[in-house]
Design a protein around this ligand. Structure first.
Ligand code: 3PG
Length: 400
């Protein structure tokens, strides 16, 4: 982007593909981290006199307008954070979008409605995606990719559009890639990875690649129960991906062979019912050893001994990457494991990276200061796929 700015962008229409996919409670944004993350790019462009056209997806609407997924709240928040008026187009490439872009003065900012209201954005068909990219291209002279959270998606605005316009990477993408490079090239050891989240299947590829790179792998969240089951423990009615057990067994064997320490919970908070996340009514649970979860109960957070164990495994690390909550952190009674893990990262002298929308939101909603971490990535799937060593369509398109 510095090169684009040096060439001069005044009066040019610059399309900024951001990731404003923020968590919403109705129309209230519960964590605006992703909006704040794109500010340096938007400010630099607007400050240089560009006419800035910001576009993003939000959620997973089905290729048609759906008010529940409108970007209007994100556009309003962007305006507040910029301290400037931000125009909002009620469509993405239609009359409203064309009028909003045409109405921009130098240094002005407009936000288009959700890219995914258009079937062409996510289409698997190259021609359909290309046709939508052509429409987007007609709204701009230059392209800046800065939606790091979406660079792993081969979508029209991420992959096809940069091929149609002179393009550059924005400050957020540049910063994210610089950090993730540190984890893939010449990482400082001990390198400890903490993986949580609900599903093992989402994390299989990254576990596979980390078995050759990390020194220690700490497992928590819903996916821990598939590991415990694979070890031969009963897990009651805990979240379980039975079909993943053979893969998990193979990983446990490979970890041992490669000298990677694979650490599983030793105790968990277990309950007969899933907590009410709306009312947050006090939950009833017991603390049990991880090999003794009663048949009628499910594990919902790592227990106190596990929290201590994991903190001790993080304490002497030189690098820590953490993705995925360790329990149902949205309920206060099951937030302790995630909070203890975040605290362990804060207390360690390691270079710490928090990856993923959920973990980043957890850290902020639990009240941690984001500056206490080395880096909080705005990308969940994107950062995991980067660590796996995959080619990310949105980065490849910018390097081209
Ligand atoms: C994310 O939240 O990880 C990104 O915004 C991508 O969203 P997606 O998984 O719906 O493509």
């Amino acid at each position: 982007i510095d090169e684009l700015l040096a060439e001069g962008v005044s009066g040019k229409r610059v399309f900024v593909r951001a990731d404003l996919n923020v968590p919403l409670d109705g129309t209230a944004i519960t964590d605006d981290g992703r909006i704040r993350a794109v500010l340096p790019t938007v400010k630099a462009l607007a400050g240089a006199g560009a006419r800035v056209v910001v576009a993003s997806h939000l959620g997973r609407p089905k290729g048609a307008p759906d008010p529940a997924f409108s970007l209007a709240p994100a556009a309003a928040r962007l305006g507040e954070l910029l301290g400037a008026e931000v125009a909002f187009a009620t469509d993405t490439v239609g009359e409203s979008a064309r009028a909003a872009v045409a109405g921009l003065g130098d240094g002005g900012v407009a936000v288009l409605e959700n890219l995914r209201f258009n079937p062409g954005e996510t289409s698997k068909d190259d021609a359909e995606r290309g046709a939508f990219a052509d429409e987007l291209a007609s709204l701009a002279d230059l392209y800046v990719g800065d939606g790091f959270g979406a660079v792993h998606r081969k979508h029209a605005s991420v992959y096809d559009l940069p091929a149609r316009l002179p393009h550059a990477a924005g400050y957020l993408i540049a910063a994210e890639v610089a950090v993730l490079k540190k984890l893939t090239e010449d990482v400082r050891r001990p390198y400890v990875v903490v993986l949580g989240g609900a599903k093992v299947s989402d994390k299989l590829a990254v576990i596979d690649s980390l078995l050759g790179k990390a020194d220690r792998l700490l497992i928590g969240g819903g996916m821990a129960y598939t590991f415990l089951k694979a070890k031969g423990h009963e897990v009651g009615i805990s979240l379980l991906q039975e079909d993943q057990i053979p893969a998990v067994k193979e990983y446990m064997e490979r970890a041992e062979k490669n000298g990677v320490e694979l650490v599983l919970p030793v105790d968990v908070l277990a309950s007969g019912e899933f907590p009410d996340l709306k009312t947050k009514a006090p939950a009833e649970y017991i603390t049990v050893d991880a090999d003794g979860i009663p048949a009628d109960k499910e594990g919902l957070d790592i227990g106190p001994r596990t929290r201590e164990l994991y903190a001790s495994k993080i304490a002497d690390a030189a690098t820590v990457f953490w993705n995925g909550p360790l329990g149902v952190f949205e309920h206060p009674d099951y937030a302790g494991g995630t909070r203890a893990t975040a605290q362990a990262l804060v207390d360690s002298k390691a270079f710490t990276v928090v990856g993923g929308g959920d973990s980043a939101a957890a850290v902020r909603t639990l009240g941690f200061d984001e500056n206490a971490f080395g880096h909080i990535s705005t990308g969940g799937g994107a950062s995991l796929e980067y660590l796996e060593g995959k080619t990310l369509p949105g980065l490849a398109a910018l390097e081209d």
